[in-house]
Design a protein around this ligand. Structure first.
Ligand SMILES: O=C(O)CCC(=O)C(=O)O
Ligand SMILES: [Mn+2]
Length: 201
């Protein structure tokens, strides 16, 4: 498997999932989203986020007027569906972590959606990486530093690409500036799905 390591420690696996596996993954996710539909979260200050979110696993990440946090139930109060085996197999292959992921966060980016530069730091154990999967439309992924500010670099993530944020990159800032809506035919209505696998506790 081709692997590119950015100087900050982001590990990128371009084309990790071939088109057949991408289609199968989307089928897995349809089942998850049937049980735990996407919701558009609001920030604690009441601003709508542009991505829609759901999750699989023991925990999902939630943001609302009460703050952001991990929760063991979807806002509808149903428990999150299990993480699909195909996604667990990816973790086993690339994470290099003895623990299993406890959250598979699902982000859906429609036209114009983005995610500002941030760190993933609501988890308890930073020795475990965050593993990300991109599906559907291309997204411009910005990689920054552990400290705020400084130089950043951007790469276009394509459908099937995997990024591992571990080691020195575990607490690095990152975000998605924009997507190229309609650039992929994987999702019939367009858009980009990103999965992030996380150990939470
Ligand atoms: O969509 C992406 O590629 C990144 C998502 C992300 O950083 C997050 O959900 O915390
Ligand atoms: Mn993140």
């Amino acid at each position: 498997m081709n692997e590119v390591i950015d100087r900050r420690g982001f590990r990128i696996f371009p084309g990790y999932f071939d088109s057949e596996s991408q289609i199968a993954l989307v089928e897995d996710l349809r089942e998850v989203l049937r049980q735990a539909p996407l919701v558009q979260p609001v920030t604690p200050r009441g601003q709508k986020m542009s991505v829609r979110m759901s999750a699989a696993g023991r925990f999902g990440w939630i943001s609302d007027r009460k703050g952001y946090r991990y929760e063991e139930r979807h806002p509808s109060r149903v428990p999150w569906p299990p993480i699909p085996d195909r996604v667990l197999a990816l973790w086993g292959d690339v994470a290099g972590c003895p623990r299993d992921p406890e959250c598979c966060l699902i982000n859906w980016y429609g036209e114009g959606a983005r995610m500002g530069l941030h760190q993933d730091r609501d988890e308890a154990d930073f020795t475990c990486p965050v593993v990300s999967v991109s599906l559907g439309d291309e997204g411009l992924f910005r990689m920054g530093n552990v400290e705020r500010g400084g130089k950043t670099e951007s790469i276009w993530l394509r459908s099937g690409d995997v990024v591992v944020m571990g080691g020195a990159a575990r607490l690095a800032h990152h975000g998605v500036d924009r997507i190229r809506f309609g650039s992929s035919s994987l999702l019939p209505n367009g858009g980009r799905i990103n999965l992030t696998l996380r150990v939470v506790t």
